[in-house]
Design a protein around this ligand. Structure first.
Ligand SMILES: [Ca+2]
Length: 567
């Protein structure tokens, strides 16, 4: 058995070396995903010691060569591996992962993050999110991703009842899958990758910051977009928002009125950046015009009820009708929106001294009527849905129900966010397990790791100010020069949480790779809009805190007509 293993290994090594001598850049296919070698991986097991965190070993469930000629395959020949990392305890789901090994390997590996509560294996096949012209596998990356250790669609938080699954979701799945994948890559190609990158958005963005904070030696570059860094904070503000809408009488803000708020902010702020293009690009200037935005939206004093019940009986019919038609904001509705604007402040501390959650640009170009905005239903469902009761509340409710109270019948409307009593310690513990607010990136910076973060200024799920605050705290901690040496932050006007009036398509992976391998730090990039109605227009992707300002000359659909301006 030993002799057989040795001879196969020797043959493989000789094959690699011989091919390497022949031609430097074509040796990989001979070392790697040949048809016979790929399929022989099926059923392989790797011992627990393969992975630096506790586990029960790794099983390769399938390994299939996908030929270049396969329908829809634009990645050339590649070996597609599906595997499972076995859980420690009965009842904890395994972590399922996919790994793709291209025959034309570029020597690098890319781990891809998930979204929402995960629960679906990230396949690593196809294009990068919001970069439809770039497919990492086709570009030669060995790609991999996982389901973070539970099965279920992205809105389900039921796995919060299982402690090992919560730890996997928080951070452990990232390291476990990384170690298993790198072991398999090393086995298949005969050497470890030159560079290992991570890329993700939203939950995947949190995962990107998590790997830099927890496993800084394992990654050379990270793309972490719209990151849910303060995971517990965004869940708590969601609960607070739901309470404002569904407990506070009259607090629900219907979509028609939310659209009025958005349209009004456009009317006041769109042109502040020089271009009437439907994008509020100068957000700081727009914030200064908030009173002007609001003055046209608020109901006349007598119609603002129910703060003054006596007045409500004297409403004249015109005012009552305006309120009834959702044409103006009552005080109760405004109070709901002010939670979005102001964020959440807590009298206690979550992990890493976090004391709340920043607000959103609700009166400065952020649309709350889409699929991830506030709800469409004036009453709370027993099991809230994104559409009926809003994304933030629904996700917060699931978090409270399954992660915090661990009681499937728990009603989030009765939860005291400010004084959570016996649940406070659990919130603190969870924010440590799942959050990525640790500001200590010293080791990652010192070893030359790079980071690119792209974040929408109109994000309705992740507070843009959360991401800015984390960046600014790094500057405070390490100094601007040091932060500039490893991080790029691009704040994108008009971009929400995956949708918006401007949805940027840009090759961030190319920019990151260029930075890591050639030392070319990205500066102003150019993003192409992939939003349906405005598809194809371009804008400069400006480094924070700059924003794209129209020069007043030239085609408004071209980036070259804009400069990156100081706010
Ligand atoms: Ca504009």
């Amino acid at each position: 058995m030993a002799a057989h293993t040795l001879s196969r290994r020797t043959l493989r090594m000789l094959g690699c070396v011989a091919a390497l001598w022949t031609a430097q850049f074509v040796w990989m296919p001979l070392c790697a995903a040949q048809p016979q070698r790929c399929s022989t991986l099926t059923g392989l097991t790797l011992p627990p010691r393969t992975i630096a965190l506790p586990n029960n070993g790794v099983t390769i469930d399938s390994a299939t060569l996908i030929p270049e000629s396969a329908s829809g395959n634009e990645a050339g020949d590649y070996c597609r591996i599906t595997g499972s990392i076995k859980a420690l305890k009965n009842g904890t789901p395994d972590i399922r992962f996919d790994l793709n090994l291209p025959s034309r390997w570029n020597g690098r590996a890319l781990q891809l993050g998930g979204g929402g509560y995960n629960g679906v294996v990230v396949s690593g096949v196809g294009t990068m999110p919001f970069s439809p012209e770039h497919a990492p596998l086709a570009e030669g990356y060995a790609t991999f991703g996982d389901d973070s250790g539970h099965v279920g669609n992205a809105g389900l938080a039921v796995f919060g009842l299982i402690n090992e699954a919560v730890i996997n979701f928080g951070y452990a799945h990232l390291k476990k899958t990384r170690d298993a994948a790198i072991a398999l890559i090393t086995r298949a190609y005969g050497r470890a990758p030159d560079k290992i990158y991570f890329a993700g958005g939203s939950t995947g963005g949190r995962e990107g910051y998590t790997v830099m904070q927890r496993f800084p030696d394992d990654y050379d570059g990270v793309i972490a977009d719209s990151p849910a860094l303060n995971f517990t904070g965004v869940r708590l503000i969601g609960i607070k928002l739901g309470q404002a809408e569904y407990v506070n009488p009259g607090g629900f803000v219907p979509p028609t009125l939310l659209d009025r708020v958005y349209q009004r902010s456009l009317a006041v702020c769109d042109k502040l950046d020089g271009a009437a293009d439907g994008i509020v690009s100068d957000v700081p200037a727009c914030r200064k015009r908030e009173a002007e935005v609001l003055s046209a939206l608020r109901c006349a004093p007598a119609a603002r009820g129910p703060a003054n019940p006596a007045a409500s009986s004297t409403l004249d019919s015109t005012i009552a009708q305006a309120q009834h038609d959702d044409k103006c904001l009552t005080d109760s509705q405004l109070a709901t929106l002010m939670i979005l604007r102001d964020g959440l402040k807590l009298p206690y501390r979550l992990a890493w001294d976090v004391s709340g959650y920043p607000g959103y640009n609700i009166f400065a170009g952020t649309r709350m009527t889409g699929g991830l905005g506030l709800g469409h239903d004036a009453t709370r469902l027993a099991m809230p849905t994104f559409n009926a009761n809003g994304y933030l509340f629904s996700q917060g409710e699931g978090y409270l129900r399954y992660f915090v109270a661990q009681d499937a019948s728990y009603n989030a409307l009765g939860f005291d966010v400010q004084q959570p009593g016996r649940y406070q310690q659990q919130l603190v513990d969870l924010s440590q397990t799942i959050g990525a607010m640790n500001p200590d990136l010293a080791r990652y910076i010192a070893r030359g790791g790079k980071l690119i973060t792209l974040q929408g200024l109109a994000d309705e799920v992740i507070s843009p100010d959360q991401t800015i605050a984390y960046h600014d705290a790094l500057v405070g901690r390490y100094g601007r020069e040091r932060v500039d040496s490893f991080m790029r932050l691009y704040m994108v006007p008009g971009y929400q949480h995956g949708s918006g009036v401007f949805v940027p398509s840009v090759d961030l992976l190319g920019a990151l790779d260029n930075w890591v391998t050639r030392g070319v730090a990205p500066e102003t990039l150019v993003a192409t809009d992939i939003a349906g109605p405005t598809n194809g227009r371009t804008r400069p992707l400006c480094r924070y805190p700059l924003f794209p300002r129209y020069t007043g000359k030239g085609d408004m659909n071209r980036a070259s007509s804009f400069i990156c301006a100081e706010p």
